[in-house]
Design a protein around this ligand. Structure first.
Ligand code: SR1
Ligand code: MG
Length: 395
């Protein structure tokens, strides 16, 4: 569906209702209600619903600046098109694991999509102690399918390179390059942390070997166009329930290293595991292990069944690729853990801990885990070695 285009203007709740009425066959006389429910850093998200019939939809609009900072940080509206297209591209390979897109408009920078309000943002649910039994199975499937099918192992090189051009996303990549790979490792103004972390943070800035590894990981992110990534796969980019999982928000999508998506998701689970104890913690550790198992099994099975690379049956090549992805995954997870603790964009899992001593202790643990993952990523060769590390660091 297309929308009669007009010049960009930020939607209000009233305008979002009018737009929804023009797009969706709500029942005659329906009295629609609209709420702005966006809690991300960048966009408006309007939920428009007919309370009587329960029918609804979501209109997401990109702002010409980063909401989290304000108008002083201009941001391309092109990201809305990237997001709508990535949702549709990923749904080709992981149907049911992303929301249906009903319409999009480049001028207004909006995507109209399926209402997922019966689900909860996974980060919020996890903070409340939810277990989400399907989360790792579903995300492992999503990762295995989307990343394999958009890689050179599945696509003709012309199509892969066409997609890499279509999903060129320099402005959003620059945010990641700065906020994940650069700023937290230097004394940069964007960093944000409690004074109690000063000594730990300075130790990061002064750790030469750690910075060398962060630089290598940044170089991978800058140069390795392996697959069409989601690009920002944290637990706030996932809607979930006991029985359903939907991946949203791929506005950072671009062709990058496969381990980046896997690593971001695992890092956000690791943060959650750090805040939990006992059986509840084990639920998250199981999710961490299961995500890697499902991802690598699916990727491997698709390689065998549908791979088109001439070398696909060459002894040890698939294992070499999966080992590379695993190593990258751990390194990227380490960078995400550090930036979510001391960088510009934090996570509620840690920041909402009211007891200050506990919060600082857990943040130090997140920083220590992040550094170990970056520095030891070549030695930690299995996902159970990662669980072992989390167990060691849990004290
Ligand atoms: C200014 S944007 C900050 C963060 O929010 C997004 O969700 C990305 O994670 C980005 O790094
Ligand atoms: Mg987002």
């Amino acid at each position: 569906m297309t929308i009669a285009s007009k010049q960009y203007e930020a939607l209000t709740e009233e305008k979002a209702i009018a737009l929804a009425q023009s797009l969706y066959p709500f029942p005659e006389g329906a009295e629609l209600v609209c709420r702005e429910i966006g809690d991300g850093n960048l966009n408006y998200v309007f939920q428009i619903k007919d309370p009587k019939s329960g029918k609804g939809l979501i209109i997401k609009q990109a702002l010409p600046y980063a909401k989290v900072v304000g108008e002083s940080w201009p941001l391309t509206l092109k990201r809305a098109t990237i997001e709508a297209n990535a949702l549709q591209k990923h749904s080709e390979f992981a149907p049911g694991l992303v929301p249906a897109v009903y319409a999009m408009d480049e001028e207004l920078a909006i995507t109209v999509m399926e209402d997922l309000s019966h689900l909860t943002i996974a980060r919020e649910g996890l903070i409340q102690g939810a277990a989400y039994p399907k989360l790792s199975e579903d995300i492992g499937e999503y990762l295995g399918r989307t990343l394999f099918h958009t890689s050179d192992f599945a696509l003709h090189p012309f199509e892969k390179k066409r997609l890499a051009v279509e999903y060129s996303n320099p402005e959003l990549c620059k945010i990641t390059e700065d906020l994940i790979f650069t700023d937290p490792f230097f004394n940069n103004d964007t960093n944000d942390y409690e004074p109690e972390l000063q000594a730990t943070v300075e130790a990061i800035w002064n750790n030469g070997p750690l910075k060398l590894e962060a630089a290598k990981l940044k170089f991978s992110f800058l140069t390795e166009a392996e697959a069409l990534l989601h690009g920002d796969l944290h637990t706030g980019s996932i809607f979930a329930s006991e029985s359903e999982t939907k991946v949203i928000d791929p506005e950072f999508a671009f062709y990058g290293p496969i381990g980046f998506d896997v690593g971001l998701f695992l890092a956000n689970l690791i943060v959650q595991s750090i805040t939990r104890s006992g059986e509840e913690r084990q639920v998250i550790v199981n999710h961490i292990e299961r995500t890697w198992e499902v991802f690598s099994t699916r990727f491997s099975e698709l390689w065998d069944r549908e791979g088109i690379e001439a070398y696909k049956d060459t002894a040890d090549y698939k294992e070499f690729i999966l080992e590379k992805i695993f190593r990258d995954t751990l390194g990227f997870a380490g960078c995400e853990l550090i930036r979510r603790t001391i960088g510009l964009a934090h996570v509620k899992d840690l920041d909402s801990i009211e007891d200050k001593n506990l919060r600082i202790r857990l943040k130090k643990k997140a920083l220590q885990t992040g550094q170990t993952l970056i520095l030891k990523r070549s030695e930690l060769t299995t996902i159970s070695a990662v669980s072992g590390l989390l167990e060691e660091l849990k004290q």
